[in-house]
Design a binder for this molecule. Structure first.
Ligand SMILES: *[C@@H]1O[C@H](CO)[C@@H](O)[C@H](O)[C@H]1NC(C)=O
Ligand SMILES: *[C@@H]1O[C@H](CO)[C@@H](O)[C@H](O)[C@H]1NC(C)=O
Length: 995
């Protein structure tokens, strides 16, 4: 039929007269594709054959018949064209990395000449066509990176000539089938990263004696590694990582005489490394990290041409074999978190081009070998928490390649070699918790890349050198608990990147100059327990991000700068100085008392602050008692009057708040009292309300503004039976515990919970007030224009950092459970903070009604698809929801909108990208000069909203990806819309280095 049509066409159109039949087929195929980049423009109908100029087409020279079609990376879209099978001599098809969609048709089996079929990195869906195995000549089948689902069809056990089968990164389920063991022609079998059901490695795979590559990582494999795999004599790569394999590493694996690379990391393997590993004469890379392996690291391993040895996070004991120092190729040695003892081989590194060493968290002792950097390649030297002693070998001071040094928590001593301080590429130098002495050498001037310098808890002495002020990138300098003396060098105040300075417990003297105002980014300043004197400069008030200030136990004198009140301090300690004068009003409160004790001249409103004078001390007792009486009387009278008035007021407001039963939990130093807040909770101050309660804006007497969220705890209100009452109390405890955790969280991108007050009827959560409201409100209102791309980008990054903190830095990790644009709040500068996490769950415990049901699972349009079948929320569901927020930022659209019909924002973005291209997706309000960056962020959003949780990057990774967007120049245009290769690997660096 089609043939007829095409021949008719060739008769009618004079232009196509010359083009041969195969050319006509290809023309028709061209028209079936969507080709946004005009990649097929060379396929014109003026040529007699497609053989000469047509992109991607190759013909047999004699018969001029098409034999090969390579349209990889051309950005074409549309279904797979079965018409290709009308080209009788076509042996090679590659459509790698395009947007081929829909299902792969069954009639692909008519491509009888086909030998090589590469459809990897496309958008194919549905089952794998069972007819593929009837292609008699097929040698190469790569369907990696599509959305194929269902089981591997059993006809796949019948390929005649197949050499390569790659089905990585699909959605295949069922188990890894044993019939694949029939494909004895296979050289490569790659099934990694599919959501298979738990199953064993079929022992039949041992029959694949031609196999060179076997990749089964992340295939949900359980049970033991079958002995039969040892029969794969030609195997070069064995990857069984990221499964749940148990039992020992079978000794048969020492029969893999060709093997180059073995990856077994992240399983539950136990027992010792098998004897006979010296047979693995080709082995370059062994990674058996993150298992439960025991015993020693065998000597015979060291005779191999190893380049990379990763055995971290196991239970290896004994010492590192001497002979490892004879490995001529070894560049990576990561054996952190084991129970290794003894000394390192004396000449480790003398013959090996060592680049990365991580031996942290073991019990190694003795001196650091002088030869570690003998080949001049060493970049990372991580040896935290061991028992190394002696000095740093002088040779390491000439190791210019070093960029990361962590030697904390050992028993090292003596002076640090001068050259070591000034290594030009080092960005992190950590020597904490040793017994180093001497000075920080002036050579530190050469450490141009240093951003973190931690030398605390040593015996360093002498002045801090002027040269430290030359380190433009210095972000963190901790030198506390040493014997540094002299004053801070003037140059230090030029360090405008400095975020954290902790020099407490030294012998430093001198005054703080006005120049401290140049520390614009300083977050934490701790100079306690030194001999600093003079006034605290007024300029301290312009350090707007300072939130930790400890100047206690110095000799500071004069008045407390009133500007201190403007800072948002979590920690303020000026105690035990010689400060005098009036306390600024904000601090004249009982709860600041400890911040100011021990300053004899300081006398404010606050009773009991000043050290009692001699006369007072004599009469102290009497005086104290009298005061207590008078105060108690006053409180009583005021209380009664106040209670009466409030009671009436509240009755009028039809809301009975039982004040006598308030209990308060506070997590920060409060500049206000809970009663002050209660007074301000009237309807005029409501700034929002939601499923769980109302939010009020409260301006306190000190001028401070807070947001108060009032939650209704219905249990005791609606039921009065004793049982329910009891239940309510249990829930209250859970609430308190949870709120307690949340209150302790300190992060710049998380809304601070100041305190929480509770009664039988309701709970108040007092948060810092965020003047620009929620991202959702702003983005979907007429004011969305305020949010230009740089602002939106920063909001995305801020929020990602906040969530990353909850997921990765809190113990236990906190799952937000309700990430959405309405829970991302904006401060005065549009900095973003994450709000309302975890509480959602608690609210559900204590609250009632249908609204709380939606709370537990998140909000409409943000709920990860797996919730439908697992009913569980975890970090991955937060990441999905965060992806939706990114899509909101990029598109300016609501997560659900009647305009999308049945779809939500995620589906709408995907289909619009497919059908109309990226320009129809991006928010028209955004300046198109940012298009490249916006597309990158869009891709991150799509990655986060992958249907399969495993494909979503961790929040830490999301932060990195977002940061990378910010660092690339806006020059090229977006290269690919809506399609990506997933990122799987976390940054491996410092896995063992959490000090
Ligand atoms: C296929 O190629 C063979 C030779 O390689 C040739 O004889 C035959 O004509 C070709 N088929 C077509 C339909 O062109
Ligand atoms: C496949 O892609 C084409 C071109 O982008 C589009 O028109 C079509 O709707 C897509 N089909 C499916 C099933 O997504």
């Amino acid at each position: 039929m089609l043939l007829l049509f095409l021949s008719l066409l060739s008769l009618l159109s004079p232009l196509t007269l010359s083009l041969n039949q195969e050319g006509l087929y290809l023309q028709s195929i061209k028209h079936s594709f969507s080709d946004p980049d005009s990649s097929l423009s060379s396929w014109n109908d003026r040529d007699p054959t497609p053989c000469n100029n047509w992109r991607g087409v190759k013909c047999d020279a004699a018969s001029l018949s098409v034999v090969s079609l390579d349209l990889s990376n051309t950005n074409i879209a549309g279904p797979f064209p079965s018409l290709l099978c009308h080209l009788p001599n076509l042996t090679f098809i590659s459509l790698f990395n395009n947007s081929i969609n829909s299902t792969l048709p069954l009639d692909i089996s008519t491509c009888q000449s086909l030998q090589h079929l590469d459809l990897s990195q496309n958008l194919l869906t549905g089952g794998l066509p069972h007819t593929l195995s009837s292609l008699p000549n097929l040698k190469y089948l790569d369907l990696t990176g599509n959305n194929f689902s269902g089981e591997i069809p059993d006809t796949f056990g019948r390929f005649q000539n197949l050499e390569v089968l790659s089905l990585v990164y699909n959605l295949l389920d069922g188990t890894v089938p044993s019939f694949l063991g029939n494909l004895t022609t296979l050289k490569m079998l790659n099934l990694s990263y599919n959501p298979f059901f738990p199953g064993r490695i079929p022992p039949e795979l041992g029959n694949l004696t031609n196999l060179q590559i076997l990749w089964l990582s992340d295939c949900n494999l359980v049970g033991e590694i079958p002995d039969s795999l040892g029969r794969l004599k030609k195997l070069t790569d064995l990857d069984l990582a990221l499964n749940d394999l148990h039992g020992p590493i079978p000794s048969s694996l020492t029969g893999l005489t060709s093997v180059f690379q073995i990856e077994l990391y992240n399983n539950s393997l136990s027992g010792e490394l098998p004897a006979g590993m010296s047979n693995l004469t080709a082995l370059r890379l062994l990674d058996a990290s993150m298992n439960q392996l025991t015993g020693t690291i065998p000597d015979e391993l060291c005779g191999l041409p190893l380049q990379s040895l990763n055995l971290y996070e196991n239970r290896f004991e004994g010492s590192l074999p001497e002979s490892i120092a004879n490995s001529p190729n070894l560049y990576e040695l990561r054996i952190f978190r084991n129970e290794l003892t003894g000394e390192l081989p004396r000449n480790l590194g003398a013959k090996s081009p060592l680049k990365w060493i991580d031996i942290s968290n073991n019990k190694f002792s003795g001196e650091i070998p002088a030869s570690l950097c003998a080949m001049g390649k060493l970049e990372e030297l991580l040896m935290i928490s061991n028992e190394f002693s002696g000095q740093i070998p002088p040779g390491l001071g000439e190791c210019q390649s070093l960029n990361r040094i962590r030697m904390g928590h050992n028993r090292l001593s003596g002076e640090v070699p001068a050259g070591f301080w000034g290594l030009p590429n080092v960005n992190l130098l950590e020597l904490v918790g040793n017994s180093f002495s001497g000075q920080i050498a002036k050579t530190i001037a050469g450490a141009a890349n240093l951003s973190v310098l931690i030398v605390s808890n040593n015996e360093f002495s002498g002045p801090i050198p002027e040269e430290i002020g030359w380190l433009e990138n210095l972000f963190k300098f901790w030198g506390h608990d040493n014997k540094f003396s002299g004053s801070l060098p003037e140059s230090m105040f030029k360090l405008d990147q400095l975020g954290s300075l902790d020099l407490h417990n030294n012998e430093l003297t001198g005054e703080l100059p006005n120049e401290i105002k140049f520390w614009k980014k300083l977050n934490e300043l701790n100079l306690a327990q030194n001999g600093f004197s003079g006034q605290i400069p007024d300029e301290i008030s312009s350090m707007s991000v300072l939130n930790y200030l400890d100047l206690s136990r110095n000799q500071f004198s004069g008045k407390i700068p009133s500007g201190l009140q403007n800072l948002k301090l979590n920690q303020l300690n000026l105690s035990y100085n010689r400060l005098s004068g009036e306390l600024p009003p904000l601090f004249a409160k009982e709860l600041y008392k400890n911040s100011f004790v021990g300053n004899p001249g300081l006398c404010g409103e606050l009773e009991g602050l000043c050290d009692e004078k001699d006369e007072a001390r004599n009469k102290g007792y009497v005086w104290l008692l009298r005061t207590i009486f008078v105060l108690a009387g006053l409180v009583f009278i005021v209380g009664v009057v106040w209670f009466y008035m409030k009671y009436r007021y509240i009755k009028m407001a039809k809301r009975a708040i039982d004040k006598s039963k308030w209990t308060l939990m506070s997590f920060h130093k409060l500049g206000f009292s809970e009663y002050e807040i209660l007074d301000c909770l009237d309807e005029d101050n409501v700034i929002g309300s939601g499923g769980s309660g109302k939010v009020y804006k409260v301006v306190l007497s000190g001028g401070e503004v807070v947001a108060v969220k009032k939650l209704w705890g219905g249990a005791t209100k609606e039921f009065d039976s004793g049982d329910v009452e009891k239940g309510g109390r249990v829930q209250d405890n859970a609430f308190d515990a949870e709120v307690d955790t949340l209150g302790k969280i300190r992060h710049k991108n998380i809304v601070k919970l100041w305190c929480c007050c509770t009664t039988r009827d309701c709970k108040l959560l007092v948060y810092e007030y965020m003047p620009n409201g929620s991202l959702g409100d702003l983005l979907h209102s007429s004011k969305a224009g305020l949010l230009d791309w740089p602002t939106r980008y920063r909001i995305a990054l801020d929020a990602a950092e906040g969530l990353s903190y909850l997921h990765h830095d809190c113990v236990p990790a906190i799952v937000h459970r309700d990430v959405k644009s309405n829970n991302i709040l904006l401060d005065g500068d549009f900095g973003a903070r994450v709000a309302d996490f975890g509480v959602a769950k608690v609210v559900d415990l204590t609250g009632k009604g249908p609204k709380s049901m939606s709370v537990i699972a998140g909000s409409c349009g943000y709920i990860a698809p797996e919730y439908a079948y697992t009913l569980r929320v975890n970090e991955k569901s937060d990441i999905y929801s965060f992806g939706v927020v990114i899509l909101e930022l990029v598109t300016g659209r609501l997560p659900v909108d009647p305009e999308f019909g049945e779809k939500d924002l995620v589906k709408w973005v995907c289909t619009t990208l497919d059908q109309k291209g990226v320009d129809h997706v991006l928010d028209q309000k955004l300046d198109s000069c940012y298009k490249e960056d916006i597309c990158k962020v869009l891709n991150i959003g799509l990655l986060c909203t992958s249907p399969l949780p495993i494909n979503r990057p961790s929040m830490r990774r999301v932060v990195k990806l977002l940061q990378e967007v910010g660092t690339v120049n806006p020059s090229k245009t977006a290269k690919k819309d809506g399609k990506l290769t997933p990122y799987y690997y976390e940054d491996a660096s410092d896995q063992g280095s959490v000090a």
